[in-house]
Design a protein around this ligand. Structure first.
Ligand SMILES: NC(=O)c1ccc[n+]([C@@H]2O[C@H](COP(=O)([O-])OP(=O)(O)OC[C@H]3O[C@@H](n4cnc5c(N)ncnc54)[C@H](OP(=O)(O)O)[C@@H]3O)[C@@H](O)[C@H]2O)c1
Length: 266
């Protein structure tokens, strides 16, 4: 038997991850997101035991609610924590300012850190166990109008690298997955999917779910999805002037796709 918590499980990559993990014999899942109806529907459709916690992960009490649920429903066991919930609200800094940076940090970074802090004792007690943080290729290379999102993912990557080293002695593996463009509710990538020239660079949530599974207990420390996106990170280090020139040019605007969060007031 193994127990996994998946955040952001109501749609997209999180829902695909829950479906992937549910195929492993003996798995019990805890699905976390805000929309209870979606979580209930998913839990009912999975071939394993699945419970859920409908909560806003940026709320002060969210980490303790998830922990209390694990203690009450799953015997305090936790073999895998998938920190996947996240969002992006596009906007240049001059217009969207600190408020937009703060909103990204609260969800994509602070909420991950706070939930991990609350659940780490359970992960250590259940070791060998794992944490998988869903970062982004945007945490290696930043584009115009995605600076706040990139900042939150750069922060997540740095923190995850340190946590990997710190938790090794406790047998808690820390893995990280860095997706590129993946068509989901929150990140529909409509502009890229509409054109034959760019359609091929958009991948599916199921591909990321497989990578998350591979980065779980005893697994890989880092996976780009699709794998060639690692070249963008390498280019940023080895050819920074070239990358800057490309990402500042007119064609780069096509790479800042719209998100579901765009235009949502804080
Ligand atoms: N799709 C891409 O192109 C892409 C690329 C790189 C990285 N990523 C990362 O992948 C992760 C999953 O994104 P996705 O593409 O699957 O997008 P998605 O379909 O919009 O899923 C986001 C999930 O996060 C949940 N969520 C959002 N705000 C929340 C909050 N305050 N509290 C609790 N749950 C919250 C949403 O559920 P509720 O609305 O029900 O709360 C939803 O389940 C994110 O961290 C994202 O940054 C995505």
């Amino acid at each position: 038997m193994s127990v996994a918590v998946v955040t952001g499980a109501s749609t997209g990559i999180g829902a695909a991850t829950a479906a992937r993990l549910s195929r492993e014999p003996g798995t019990e899942l805890v699905l976390v997101a805000r929309r209870e109806e979606l979580l209930r529907e998913l839990a009912d459709s999975l071939p394993c035991r699945a419970t859920y916690v409908a909560v806003d992960l940026t709320a002060a009490e969210a980490p303790q609610r998830v922990r209390a649920h694990l203690e009450a429903e799953h015997g305090s066991r936790l073999d895998l924590l998938v920190n996947n919930a996240g969002a992006s609200w596009r906007g240049d800094f001059g217009s969207s300012g600190y408020a937009n940076v703060q909103r990204h940090m609260e969800l994509n970074f602070d909420a991950v850190v706070r939930l991990t802090e609350a659940l780490l004792p359970l992960l250590r007690a259940s070791a060998p166990s794992a944490i998988v943080n869903v970062a982004s290729t945007a945490g290696r290379v930043a584009r115009a109008r995605t600076g706040a999102y990139s900042a939150s993912k750069f922060a997540l990557i740095g923190w995850t690298d340190a946590l990997y080293a710190e938790e090794l002695p406790y047998d808690v593996h820390v893995g990280m997955v860095l997706p590129g463009f993946v068509a989901t509710e929150g990140f529909p990538a409509t502009e890229l999917r509409e054109k034959a020239l760019t359609r091929w660079i958009v991948s599916k949530p199921e591909a990321v779910a497989e990578a998350i599974y591979e980065a779980g207990p005893g697994g890989k420390p880092e996976r780009y999805v699709p794998r060639p996106y690692a070249l963008a990170a390498v280019a940023r280090i080895l050819a920074p002037r070239l990358v800057r020139r490309v990402l500042s040019g007119g064609a780069a605007a096509n790479l800042t796709t719209s998100t579901a969060g765009d235009g949502t007031p804080r």
